[in-house]
Ligand binder design. Structure first.
Ligand code: HPA
Ligand SMILES: [Zn+2]
Length: 335
C-alpha cells in the first residue's frame, strides 16, 4: 500500500505562495556574497542557520532583508530562481506563482530590470526544459509608504507584459490593506490580478479590508479568518482561495505545534485552502516537506490530501485547459 506521503510526493502540485527571496539557501547566499564581494553579518553557513529561530514575522523579516542584500546582478536573480525551480521540479511541482519584492532591491540600488530579467529568464527556461508553467507577482512592502508603492508601480510599467499580478507582504500589523487602496485600484486598472497577505498576524479586520476594499482575487495565509464566522461565509461566497503555509506558520509561531495546524478545520469549514512553502530556505522545507509535515502531524486523510491538491490547481491563475489537464491527472492518481 502506498503511503499518503508517497502519494503527496508523486502528485502534480502547484505553489501559489512563494517569495523568491525566501528560497535563498545559506550555501548559495555565501557563494553569491563571495562572488559579489559583499560581506554578510554571519560568517559561516552554520552561524547563519543557527540564527533561524524566530518568535514572530518581524524576527524573520530582519534576516530575510539581510539575506537578499547580496543579490546585485541579473545572474544572481537568475541563479536564485533556477535553484528553486529545479528543486521543486524534482518534487513534481508543475506550476508556480512566485512573488518578488522589487522595493527590497531598489532601495539598495538594484534596478527593476536587473531583478525581473533574472527571475523571468529562469522561469522561461524552466518552462522550456520541464514544461513547468508560471505566473509572476510583484509584491509591495507594506511597511513602506503608499508613495513608494506608486513609484514601484511606475518603474514596473515597461515590464507589465511579464507581470501577472500584484501582492502585499512584509510587516502586517499596523499596515492594513486599506493603506494601499489607491495603489491596488491603479493595478486593477492595468489588468493585474491582486492578492494580499492578510490574517497571518493581523486581525480578521485586515482580511475584511482585503476582500471588501481591495477586492482581492486570493488571500495569502488567511489563518485568522477562522476567528470570524461571517468572514468565513464571505470568503466562501466569493470562492476565494487561501494560500496557507504550514511550515511557515510553525516557524513564525502562528501555530505552536503542527498537530494544531488549522488546515483540516479550514477544509471542514468549506474554505479553499492550499499548501505552500512561503520562504522554504528559512522555514525548513519546500512543497514536499509541507505536505509531509501535515500528513505526519495533523492526520489529514487521502480525501483531504486530494482536496488540497485540487484547490492548488483551481485556485491558481493558470489557463482553464491546463487546470483540466492537471485535475484529470490527480483523479487518475487518487482513483
Ligand atoms: O510570510 C510572510 N509574510 C509577510 N511578508 C513576507 N515576506 C516574505 N515572507 C513573508
Ligand atoms: Zn508570504
Amino acid at each position: 500500500m502506498e503511503t499518503l506521503i508517497e502519494l503527496s510526493k508523486k502528485m502534480p502540485k502547484t505553489e501559489l505562495h512563494l517569495h523568491i527571496e525566501g528560497t535563498f539557501e545559506p550555501e548559495q547566499m555565501f557563494a553569491i556574497a563571495q562572488r559579489n564581494q559583499v560581506e554578510l553579518k554571519y560568517h559561516t553557513v552554520e552561524a547563519l542557520k543557527a540564527a533561524y529561530q524566530f518568535t514572530n514575522l518581524q524576527d524573520f523579516l530582519d534576516l530575510y532583508y539581510q539575506g537578499m542584500s547580496v543579490l546585485l546582478h541579473e545572474a544572481d536573480f537568475y541563479d536564485l530562481t533556477m535553484a528553486y525551480l529545479s528543486k521543486v521540479h524534482s518534487e513534481n511541482v508543475v506550476h508556480v506563482e512566485i512573488f518578488f519584492d522589487p522595493q527590497g532591491h531598489l532601495s539598495r540600488g538594484v534596478p527593476f530590470d536587473t531583478q525581473i530579467n533574472g527571475i523571468y529568464n529562469a522561469l522561461k527556461d524552466a518552462e522550456t526544459k520541464w514544461g513547468m508553467t508560471f505566473k509572476l507577482i510583484m509584491s509591495f512592502l507594506r511597511h513602506l509608504s503608499e508613495e513608494s508603492a506608486f513609484e514601484t508601480l511606475e518603474l514596473s510599467k515597461p515590464f507589465l507584459p511579464l507581470i501577472d499580478g500584484v501582492g502585499l507582504d512584509s510587516s502586517e500589523v499596523g499596515h492594513p490593506p486599506e493603506k494601499f487602496l489607491r495603489v491596488f485600484e491603479a493595478c486593477k486598472d492595468l489588468g493585474l490580478k491582486v492578492t494580499a497577505h492578510a490574517g497571518e498576524e493581523g486581525p480578521p479586520e485586515y482580511v475584511w479590508q482585503a476582500i471588501d476594499q481591495i477586492g482581492v482575487d486570493r488571500i495569502d495565509h488567511g489563518n485568522r479568518a477562522l476567528e470570524d464566522d461571517q468572514l468565513i461565509e464571505e470568503i466562501k461566497k466569493r470562492g476565494l482561495t487561501l494560500t496557507v503555509c504550514p511550515l511557515s506558520n510553525l516557524k513564525l509561531c502562528v501555530v505552536n505545534d503542527m498537530k494544531d495546524h488549522p488546515i483540516k478545520t479550514m477544509l471542514k469549514r468549506g474554505l479553499n485552502a492550499t499548501v505552500n512553502s512561503d520562504d522554504p530556505a528559512y522555514f525548513g522545507g519546500y512543497m514536499a516537506d509541507n505536505y509531509a509535515s501535515l500528513i505526519t502531524h495533523t492526520g489529514i486523510s487521502k480525501e483531504e490530501l486530494l482536496q488540497l491538491a485540487q484547490n492548488g490547481i483551481t485556485g491558481s491563475w493558470m489557463e482553464n485547459n491546463l487546470k483540466e489537464k492537471h485535475l484529470a491527472q490527480l483523479r487518475t492518481l487518487f482513483a
